[in-house]
Design a protein around this ligand. Structure first.
Ligand SMILES: [Zn+2]
Ligand SMILES: [Zn+2]
Length: 352
């Protein structure tokens, strides 16, 4: 398998970001990202899908969309839509109709920032997800780089600190979000976890100047979704696009915070007598199954079964043999800037 680093969920000047698609492409070339999924609010920008090159480096930029009902007060229910190829923002007032339409068109839908806090000092409301009865979703954004600021900054002073030291922001997915995700998995919903940056590269006035806070390069080095694909990028746009969306739809991916250390190389797989599967996959149990976890470097590893931690250790790998059906996923934590922080969050392997 090949690993692609995808940064997803970001905004350009077509909505409330400050850069163009080309700016994003060039910023990504300075980092290790392979693919960008750009999600402007309620507009599917046409004609911007492209590769950007610099020397031997290549980045694939794909226009997707973040859809919400602009008439809804207060603002809730933001949905990331990938690969639907049709403007669906007019369906935003009914999340179920919207999600069903995405599925009918062969697209992918992910709940964006499912749990959020308000930031009253800045007039920011909590844009959480409300309609938990919606079915047919592809998955859920368990970690959102920009949204996390809203839950950790306690007032204006904190926010100014984080504006100057954004590396201190990522702590991990909100426990409540992970809890909701585990609950839905336990009810049989196969929701794929992704991590988004929600990059805007905001420009704020600072005396006679402007400062760009949380620049695109910062976000592209932070929370990424890493997919495992059968091939590397081929350079053929339609083919690569399909391969990326197929890997995400299958849950062949993990969320990595690449600030404490690169997460590239993480693997989580299961071997039984009959099958060898990876995260996102299901396998029938006819005997013991060996779960294998491999990290790129030493960290605290937690193996989670049906939402409960069943094994905690520190190391670069973990092998665990089980006879019990359930959904198994991995979390890894690493110290960075004086704290233990969320580093890697895998999709589950389903043992039936
Ligand atoms: Zn949003
Ligand atoms: Zn957004």
């Amino acid at each position: 398998m090949y690993e692609l680093t995808i940064n997803l969920h970001m905004h350009t000047t077509y909505s409330d970001g400050t850069g163009s698609h080309a700016d994003l492409g060039h910023a990504a070339l300075k980092t290790g990202v392979d693919v960008l999924l750009v999600t402007d609010h309620n507009v599917l920008v046409q004609g911007v899908d492209a590769y950007y090159h610099e020397g031997k480096k290549r980045v694939l930029v794909l226009a997707c969309e973040e859809i919400h009902d602009q008439g809804r007060v207060p603002q809730k229910n933001h949905l990331l839509v990938f690969g639907a190829d049709e403007e669906l923002a007019t369906l935003a007032d009914n999340p179920q109709t919207l999600v069903s339409a995405v599925r009918r068109l062969g697209g992918l839908s992910f709940i964006a920032h499912p749990v959020e806090s308000a930031m009253p000092d800045f007039g920011e409301t909590a844009i959480s997800w409300e309609d938990w009865t919606v079915t047919g979703l592809t998955g859920i954004e368990i970690w959102n780089g920009f949204s996390e600021l809203k839950s950790i900054a306690r007032g204006k002073l904190d926010t100014v600190f984080y504006a100057f030291f954004p590396e201190a922001i990522p702590h991990g997915p909100l426990p409540e979000t992970l809890h909701i995700w585990d609950d839905l998995l336990a009810k049989g919903q196969r929701l794929v976890a992704i991590g988004g940056s929600d990059a805007h590269a905001l420009r704020i006035p600072l005396g006679p100047f402007h400062k760009t806070v949380f620049p695109y390069e910062y976000h592209f080095s932070t929370i990424n979704t890493h997919t495992l694909t059968p091939k590397p990028l081929t350079g053929k746009l339609a083919e690569d696009r399909q391969m990326v969306f197929e890997a995400l739809a299958a849950g062949h991916c993990f969320v990595g915070n690449d600030l404490p250390a690169p997460t590239h190389g993480f693997r989580f797989s299961a071997q039984s007598r009959e099958a060898n599967v990876m995260m996102g996959d299901e396998t029938a149990m006819t005997g013991p199954v060996t779960l294998q976890i491999k990290l790129p470097t030493i960290a605290e590893i937690r193996l989670i079964k049906n939402g409960r931690c069943i094994k905690k250790t520190t190391g670069e790998s973990l092998v665990y043999v089980t006879n019990d059906p359930g959904f198994y996923r991995v979390e890894a934590y690493k110290r960075y800037l004086g704290k233990s922080r969320g580093w890697i969050f895998s999709n589950p392997i389903y043992l039936k």
